[in-house]
Write a protein that binds this ligand. Structure first.
Ligand code: EPU
Length: 419
């Protein structure tokens, strides 16, 4: 099994460029199903989750061409509306294909989507099922597959009982070709949603209110397609900022939108980590010491759950006591056990809350990456640890961070990939 081997106590220097956002790219690929015209995608990250998404689309019969860092996709003639269970059950974002297939072809079958295990009981899809029913779909479960059919997709008024990014995006896409005007209440407001709707509106969709809790979509008969440039990954941006802060280094982070991580930047400033913002670049300045500060994860624009694990590692090196409160996922704090093994002083109060007393020296260990974000957090811990850390199950890290070893080596991290 491939692993990363990291020699700790490194300083970073130089510049790093942020790649396209995984959680934007994973939505625009299935969105291509909505139109029979060809879409061109730029700035797609080269990561495992995107490969799987393109593979699933190709399996439906889409024609995908790659040229000069640009991918074009034609979904003019798809062969099937059945998502291949062996491909779709491997990643959570396969659920993003269901809305567009239902919207355009009025039918779809799919398995329970896979992915990393950070929610309780796997990751539920009840919000999706309820929503598809609200649009008039008839749902059966046969042979372990969900089978959805609708005579027509009817606009609806739908309130999300829980704020969900992928459910918000799914029902925007389901409503685009529906008859009438749909209103979605209690929507997620992540920047990736706005990026998706800006593109769809350019193609003729009628979506208003993205980036606010209430979104209305007036159905149209068809939409065209065009060019979409994936927005910079805000979680990569934040992860790199935390790497610079914890190693007390100066680091220039290019091709990012600092405004998308204001929740993190505001705390960094408060705890004594200075930075400069220059258009699409963020420079983290070297610090001597930083203070502890509590966080509570929250939907955008609050503190992102996807930055909770890197921030938790940062707090092991902060002066004082911090409370980390993870409100979105039930299993996302379990990785702190590995930080404790490395020497961190962490008390788990319950699955959603840990208290950290810092700073404590960390010592390199043999670790396993349980999920994508905990994986990058292990790398961050290894950067400040004494001695060597080995991290296995790095497939989980490659799912979301493109060539992370090469990019981190270029800014001074002593990291090697052993295949
Ligand atoms: N939930 C349900 N039922 C559902 C769907 C979600 O109970 O049918 C619950 C989840 O278990 C969770 C909460 O709702 O407790 C929020 O989950 P959400 O649906 O927002 O998550 P998501 O849309 O599946 C996206 C990102 C996640 C990110 C969350 C932040 C994508 C592909 N994934 O997930 O990204 O953590 O929003 O809310 O956009 C990651 O990149 O590491 C990652 C997990």
């Amino acid at each position: 099994m491939s692993k990363f081997i990291i020699q700790g106590q490194t300083k970073l220097s130089g510049e790093i460029t942020v790649k396209g956002a995984k959680n934007s790219a994973l939505k625009i690929i299935p969105a291509s199903i909505l139109s029979s015209e060809t879409i061109s995608l730029k700035n797609l990250p080269h990561i495992e989750d995107i490969k799987k998404s393109l593979e699933l689309l190709a399996d439906l019969g889409a024609v995908i061409k790659e040229e000069d860092e640009q991918i074009s996709i034609s979904c003019r003639n798809l062969n099937t509306t059945d998502l291949n269970p062996n491909l779709a059950n491997k990643f959570r974002a396969s659920i993003m294909f269901v809305g567009p297939l239902l919207a355009r072809f009025k039918q779809v079958s799919f398995p329970h989507p896979g992915g990393c295990v950070i929610g309780a009981g796997g990751r539920p899809i009840d919000l999706f099922i309820e929503g598809f029913q609200a649009f008039g779909a008839d749902i059966k479960v046969e042979d372990g597959l969900y089978k959805l059919k609708a005579k027509k997709i009817k606009a609806c008024q739908h309130f999300f009982p829980l704020i969900s990014v992928t459910a918000t995006e799914t029902f925007i896409m389901t409503a685009i070709l529906a008859e009438g005007t749909t209103t979605l209440y209690n929507c997620a407001m992540e920047p990736e949603i706005k990026a998706l709707t800006d593109y769809l509106n350019k193609c003729g969709a009628k979506i208003r209110g993205a980036g606010t809790p209430t979104i209305t979509i007036t159905g149209v008969n068809q939409i065209s397609a065009g060019e979409f440039t994936v927005i910079p990954d805000r979680i990569e941006t934040g992860s790199f900022a935390i790497m610079a802060a914890i190693t007390k280094s100066k680091l220039i982070i290019n091709n990012c939108i600092p405004e998308h991580i204001l929740a993190l930047l505001t705390i960094l400033k408060k705890i004594g980590i200075n930075y400069q913002i220059n258009n699409n670049s963020l420079t983290i300045l070297p610090n001597k010491n930083f203070r502890a500060h509590d966080i509570k994860t929250h939907e955008y624009p609050g503190f992102p759950t996807d930055l909770q694990s890197p921030y938790t590692v940062l707090m092991t090196q902060a002066n004082g006591k911090s409370l980390i409160h993870e409100t979105i996922y039930n299993r996302r704090l379990l990785f702190v056990d590995m930080l404790s093994q490395m020497g961190a002083d962490i008390v788990m109060c319950d699955p959603h809350r840990v208290v950290i007393h810092g700073p404590t020296p960390l010592i390199g260990k043999q670790l396993t990456s349980p999920d994508l974000r905990a994986g990058i957090a292990m790398i961050i811990a290894a950067m400040v640890a004494q001695g060597k850390t080995e991290i296995d199950n790095i497939y989980q890290i490659d799912r979301g961070y493109e060539k992370i070893d090469q990019r981190l080596s270029a800014i001074g991290v002593n990291i090697q990939r052993n295949s």
